[in-house]
Design a protein around this ligand. Sequence first.
Ligand code: NAD
Ligand code: MG
Length: 298
Amino acid sequence: MSRDQYTFVNPAELYSDIEPEKQHMPEPGLDADLTPTADLGEESYRGTGRLTGRKALITGGDSGIGAATAIAFAREGADVALSYLPEEEEDAARIAGILREAGATVAQIPGDLRDPEYCRTLVAEAVGALGGLDILVNNGGKQVYQESLTDITDEQFDDTFKTNVYAMFWITKAALPHLPAGSTIINTTSIQAYSPSGILVDYASTKATINAFTKGLADQLAPKGIRVNAVAPGPIWTPLQPSDGQPQEKLPEFGEDTPLGRMGQPAELAPAYVFLASAESSYVAGETLNVNGGMPTP
Ligand code: NAD
Ligand code: MG
């Protein structure tokens, strides 16, 4: 391994060469088709036993931020259940292979997060396959831009809220009876929760909801010894973006207006999830950890 996540580097130059060409893929998009390839930490993430013996369920664990988190969790010693859409099997199979190489027990549980029955089955199957559950990462998400509010169909509005908000509610509710004291829940919100783009009104609204859900639930569960936190990514190179997450013509300059001057890679998100999942963050609850290239947040 030439570089790992602890190597001393200039963060502004870490991925300075990446300029994605205009490209488009149908939703949900595949990491396998992403050009250039995203860095999920396959070559660089080095575990040091921070999640030894832990049991994690990660939605959207096939690609992007969820996949980078899954790789990090497995290398830190956790067993991992992955949720994803059936059409993402190619990405999920590759990630599952990397997790098994790290020694993890892996459960692949495909299905649609918009379906409450799937969300409940997902939790039951994850608990069965891993022999319990003590980390839940609600990360699956839908982002489709529309220039005008009048272009957002009722169906899109509903799908975005079902995927980003309802699934988090259904899964967390089903998981709670299984989570022992010490467990951690991490939700994926976004810079969009505080700085909503005009073309992402529905999506940004779900992310603000996720922040409030996280803080309220954190208050409720802290006395029970369960910590709830969120990670708020900035512009990250994942299949979400070229599958109608952004207009194609904006992809080449994606992330250039951040103080670090570039987009982020999924591998740079994983340590935030590891920190919030592990017992080292024992006094951190109801927090939103921003990983966004330096953009100011409230
Ligand atoms: P991604 O496309 O790799 O991951 C999103 C995942 O959501 C998909 O892999 C898919 O498995 C899952 N998903 C979507 N609809 C689903 C459905 N109906 N049923 C089941 N699974 C479904 O992209 P990502 O950027 O890694 O996204 C992960 C999270 O990060 C999302 O919540 C996203 O909103 C958030 N986020 C991303 C960025 C960014 O710039 N990429 C910025 C802020 C927040
Ligand atoms: Mg995917």
